[in-house]
Design a protein around this ligand. Structure first.
Ligand code: ARG
Length: 576
C-alpha cells in the first residue's frame, strides 16, 4: 500500500474541492510516533503561504472536508502547521489482509520500462578493490528493487577491457616470455601490468611496440586478440567469484565491456564529423562543447580520436549510449560510477543528444557515491597506501565473524561455523555500506558492523530468526489464520502501520537508488516487532482470536523482513 500517495491525492483533491488551484505538492511522511498520528502532512505552512491563507484556517477546512472519507479515524492539526492523520483500524487490517494473502506482499507490478543499470564495471588485469564495492552492491540493490516492481532490467557490467594498456600488457608478457603456457593468476597479471606501465613510460622502443599492438588488437589481429581474450577471462573468473561471495546478481551474460563497441567506433567518428559535431584539430578529432568551459573560458574540447587513430573512453561512451538506446530500447539508464566521472558522463550524454543518437526524454542518471574512509577519516587504504583488495576485505570479514561466533557458540561444528561466518561476515560488510547514505563518505568500522545492536546486519538477521522461531512454535497452521487481524494496542498499530510502509520504501529505492532508506526501514520494523513482542503475548495469548491475530502480525513482519533483506541481497540464516 502506497500510503503517502493515497494521502497526497486525498489532500490535493480536497484542496481542489474546496476551491483552490495553484498550490504546491503536499509532502506526506510517516509519523515517528503513531500516538500522535500515523502519517502527517509536513508542508502545510508552505501551502498556506502560497494560497495566502492562515495555516490554522486552511487546516480546519481540509480536515472538515476530508473527514467524510471513511478510511480515516481521526485527523488533527498540531502547531506550528501539521495535519496528523490516523487510519481506522478496520482499514489497516484490510490492507494487512491483502499483504498476507499475496506472494508479492500486495505490491502491484508497475508499467514495465527498459532500465539499464551500469554498475560494478571493474577494469581488466586488476583485482577488484574496495573502490568497486559501493558501485557493485548499491547497483545490485537497484536492480533487485526494479526487477521486483516488474521492470525489464538490463544489467550492464561495462568492464574496462579496451585501450592502450592492452598493448603494453601484450608486449610485456611477450617480453618476459610467459605467453606459451600462461596459467597466470590475476595477482600476477596485475603485477605485470604495473611493471609494463613503468616500462612504457621510460622505454621508447617498448612504448612504440605497445602502441603497435593496440592498433593490431583494435583491427582484430588474431594473435593479439587471443592473448587479450585470455587476460579478460583470467580477470573475470576472479570477479565472478567475488560477485558470488557478495551475493550480487551479475553473471557472465551481463558483461558488455568497452571492447564490445569497438567495431562501431569508426562509423561513429565519420558520422560526428559529417554532422559537423566533431572537427579535426592538430591531428586529433575533437568535439567542442560550449556547455562546458575550459580554464580559459572557452568551449571545452572532448577528444574522441587520437593522432594514432586510437579511440578513447569518451568515444566508447557515446557509442554505448547509441547502442543502449537503439538496440536495447532503453527508457532509463542509471550509472553507478565514481563521482569523479560525472563530467565525463555528462559530456558523452551531451554529444549523443547533439548527434541525435538519443532523444532528450531518455532518462540518464548518474548515481554517485562517497568514499569509504578509515577511522582517521582518510581514504581506506593499506598501510603502504595501496587500495585494499576486495578479496582481502571479504576474507577478513569472515575471519572476524568466525571469532565472533566461536565466542557465542564454542561447540558449533567447523563446517557449520564456516558457512554461518561467511553469511554473517559478508552481510555485515554489505549492510554497513548499504545503510549509509550513498551520497556521503563513511567510516569503515569492523566492530560497529558486526555488532548485534543497532542498524546492523546481525541485528536484522537475528530479529528474523527470532520471529521465524516464534512462528514455527505455533500450534496453528498458517492456512487456518482466516480471520482478520485485530488491532487493539497502540504497539500493534505501530507495527501494522510500519508493515504497510514497505511498498513506498521500495518505490523510493527504485527512483533514487538509495538502499540506506530500506536499511533504516528494516531496522525500525525489527525494533517495532521487538517492542510488540515484549508487550503483547503471542503464543501465550489467552484468547484464540488474539493468538491468531498476533501470529499473523508476526508472519507479516517476517515476510517483510525477508523480502527487504532479499532486495538488499543479504542472506537470511535459520539459526544464529
Ligand atoms: N571501468 C570504469 C572505471 O573503473 C567504470 C565504468 C563505468 N561505466 C561507464 N559506462 N563509464 O572507472
Amino acid at each position: 500500500m502506497n500510503i503517502t500517495y493515497l494521502i497526497k491525492k486525498d489532500i490535493e483533491h480536497t484542496l481542489i474541492d474546496i476551491g483552490y488551484k495553484n498550490f504546491c505538492k503536499p509532502i506526506i511522511v510517516s509519523s515517528k510516533k503513531t500516538k500522535l498520528g500515523h502519517y502527517q502532512v509536513n508542508n502545510l505552512i508552505k501551502i498556506a503561504n502560497i494560497l495566502k491563507l492562515d495555516v490554522y484556517e486552511l487546516a480546519k477546512k481540509i480536515i472538515l472536508h476530508i473527514k467524510k472519507k471513511n478510511i480515516y479515524k481521526k485527523i488533527t492539526f498540531s502547531q506550528p502547521g501539521f495535519i496528523n492523520i490516523f487510519f481506522c483500524n478496520h482499514w489497516i487490517s484490510d490492507q494487512l489482509e491483502t499483504i498476507f494473502t499475496s506472494s508479492r506482499l500486495g505490491i502491484n507490478r508497475v508499467v514495465s520500462k527498459n532500465i539499464i543499470i551500469d554498475y560494478s564495471s571493474p577494469n581488466i588485469a586488476k583485482e577488484m578493490h574496495v573502490g568497486h564495492l559501493r558501485s557493485t552492491i548499491i547497483g545490485d540493490v537497484t536492480v533487485r528493487a526494479l526487477n521486483f516492481l516488474g521492470h525489464n532490467v538490463i544489467r550492464a557490467n561495462h568492464i574496462g577491457d579496451w585501450g592502450t594498456q592492452f598493448g603494453m600488457l601484450i608486449a610485456y608478457l611477450e617480453k618476459i616470455n610467459v605467453l606459451k603456457n600462461y596459467n597466470l593468476s590475476l595477482k600476477e597479471l596485475e603485477s605485470y601490468y604495473c611493471k609494463a606501465k613503468k616500462k612504457y613510460d621510460i622505454d621508447k622502443k617498448f612504448a612504440e611496440k605497445s602502441r603497435k599492438y593496440v592498433v593490431k588488437l583494435q583491427n582484430g589481429d588474431q594473435y593479439c586478440y587471443s592473448i587479450w581474450k585470455k587476460l579478460v577471462s583470467i580477470t573475470m573468473l576472479e570477479n565472478y567469484k567475488i560477485y558470488n561471495r557478495l551475493n550480487v546478481t551479475l553473471k557472465k551474460i551481463h558483461t558488455i565491456g568497452e571492447s564490445f563497441y569497438n567495431t562501431m567506433l569508426p562509423d561513429l567518428i565519420t558520422d560526428l564529423k559529417n554532422k559537423k559535431i566533431a572537427v579535426q584539430k592538430n591531428g586529433v578529432t575533437i568535439v567542442f562543447l560550449k556547455e562546458f568551459k575550459n580554464r580559459l573560458g572557452q568551449a571545452m574540447g572532448v577528444v574522441i580520436q587520437k593522432q594514432d587513430t586510437g579511440f578513447l573512453y569518451s568515444t566508447i561512451e557515446i557509442a554505448c549510449l547509441k547502442y543502449r538506446y537503439e538496440k536495447l530500447c532503453a527508457d532509463r539508464i542509471i550509472y553507478y560510477t565514481d563521482s569523479r566521472q560525472s563530467q565525463h558522463l555528462i559530456q558523452a550524454w551531451t554529444i549523443a543528444k547533439k548527434a541525435n543518437y538519443i532523444p532528450s526524454h531518455l532518462l540518464l542518471e548518474h548515481h554517485i557515491f562517497g568514499m569509504m574512509l578509515s577511522k582517521n577519516k582518510r581514504p581506506f587504504k593499506t598501510r603502504d597506501g595501496n587500495n585494499i583488495k576486495l578479496k582481502a576485505l571479504l576474507d577478513e570479514a569472515i575471519d572476524r565473524a568466525i571469532n565472533l561466533i566461536k565466542k557465542k557458540k564454542p561447540h558449533l561444528p567447523k563446517k557449520k561455523l564456516i558457512s554461518l561466518a561467511e553469511i554473517i561476515g559478508i552481510s555485515a560488510v554489505k549492510y554497513s555500506d548499504l545503510s549509509k547514505n550513498r551520497n556521503t563518505n563513511y567510516v569503515f568500522n569492523w566492530d560497529e558492523m558486526l555488532s548485534f545492536e543497532g542498524n546492523t546486519a546481525p541485528y536484522i538477521q537475528y530479529a528474523y530468526t527470532r520471529i521465524s522461531s516464534i512462528i514455527k512454535k505455533s500450534i496453528i497452521p498458517i492456512h487456518q489464520l482466516k480471520e482478520k487481524i485485530i488491532l487493539k494496542k497502540e504497539i500493534e498499530i505501530t507495527l501494522a502501520i510500519k508493515i504497510l510502509e514497505f511498498e513506498e520504501i521500495i518505490l523510493l529505492i527504485s527512483q533514487k537508488g538509495t538502499p540506506h532508506i530500506l536499511c533504516k526501514y528494516l531496522y525500525q520494523l525489527a525494533t517495532n516487532f521487538s517492542h510488540f513482542y515484549e508487550n503483547c503475548s503471542i503464543l501465550f495469548s489467552k484468547k484464540i482470536n488474539t493468538y491468531k491475530s498476533r501470529l499473523k502480525l508476526s508472519i507479516l513482519t517476517a515476510k517483510t523482513l525477508k523480502k527487504g533483506l532479499n532486495i538488499l541481497g543479504i542472506k537470511i540464516v535459520k539459526k544464529m
